[in-house]
Design a binder for this molecule. Sequence first.
Ligand SMILES: [Zn+2]
Length: 61
Amino acid sequence: MSEKACQECRMVSSGSVCPNCKATSLSDDFSGLVIIFDSEGSAMARAMKVNEKGRYAIRVR
Ligand SMILES: [Zn+2]
């Protein structure tokens, strides 16, 4: 099963709907993967404007 990245929030998942923002605009053409464990205290999460823990693509086309 291939994973896809949300074009709205960049969360990576294997479903057809983004579990984070419920968008259906998912792309399998993405690069890089960042795992956010703690959105509160993570500088990476802040830099990526992420407020939910999970896996995120760095770039989504
Ligand atoms: Zn999303």
